[in-house]
Design a protein around this ligand. Sequence first.
Ligand code: A3P
Length: 334
Amino acid sequence: MNDKLNNITEKKYLQEDNLSEECKKLLSILPKGKAWIGSYIYNYQGCWIPPRLLQGMIACQQQFQAEDSDIILVTTPKSGTTWLKSLLFALVNRVRHPIFEPNHPLLVKNPHVLVPFLEHELYGDGHVPDFSTFTSPRLLATHMPFATLPKSVLDSKTKLIYLCRNPKDTFISMWHFANNLRCHHKDTNSIHEMFDLFCEGLSFSGPFWNHVLDYWKQSIENPNKVFFLMYEEIKEKPKIQLKRLAEFLESPFSTEEENCGVVDEILRMCSFEKLKSLEVNTNGKLSSGEENKVFFRRGEIGDWRNYFTTEMNDKLNHIIEEKFQGTGLKFQYV
Ligand code: A3P
């Protein structure tokens, strides 16, 4: 019985058979490309997306009503979303859930449960989300590119926190993640095939460069609305970045909080080692089928060096230069 249930949830992530007629019709006319896993991904409004998530994204665009107090974490996949979800949750809820409390929600729940994805979790599978259970400010997440965000997000005072990571480590992290999902699927693309797809822009929520650059521009034009962060920046100066984030959210740490060690304790609680070691993240599973442990792989900068050939490095360097030159955006550790 348990095996049967496991199979059902494992397949849900890539499910294509529960799509609405409207979505199937749309898929038949959208440009499609080879997916890393499953059969195809589709290009919708400039973004490459698998069918199940496309359905969730459209429902979100049509139905989501943003509130001024909402905080939405936007990320490129595998950029450290899980980490920033945990930091945000701890930061924003530090009065309701003091960080030193022994049964803090982060100790028993995976960050993806505490800060759900709009298109994946809340609007996925034709769900109508019940926001009545959310406390204010609502903490939400998405991988949607800027141009595809629901109109109410742009019309409201909703704050967007954006996270990306250097494209080389992003690619390697994505490749490992895809391999994990693929255990239950037949196709076995090599790292080189996937790398070529990534370079062509064919990755989930890709092209990667468009995603990053659109939010980068928005963060410059509208710095009170969009806060732009990189994984490497948090890794290097976690305390400074957490304090900047608190200021952006208009809830800076008080001197008393700093003296009591609240900032340090949030960072400790959300550290890779701490989160990875928790029972919920060792043995738990998300309702969409992924095992929680797959979100805590290695958590380091520069793992790409263990996988990239000289050719791969040259090719991606060339693309990085071409896409980002003159934008003011610089990736570290590439
Ligand atoms: P690696 O695959 O390089 O280890 P996402 O959460 O967006 O899916 O990104 C996953 C990446 O973030 C993985 O990178 C994972 O190990 C890393 N990560 C998860 N939690 C982290 C934490 N608390 N601190 C640093 N990195 C973390």
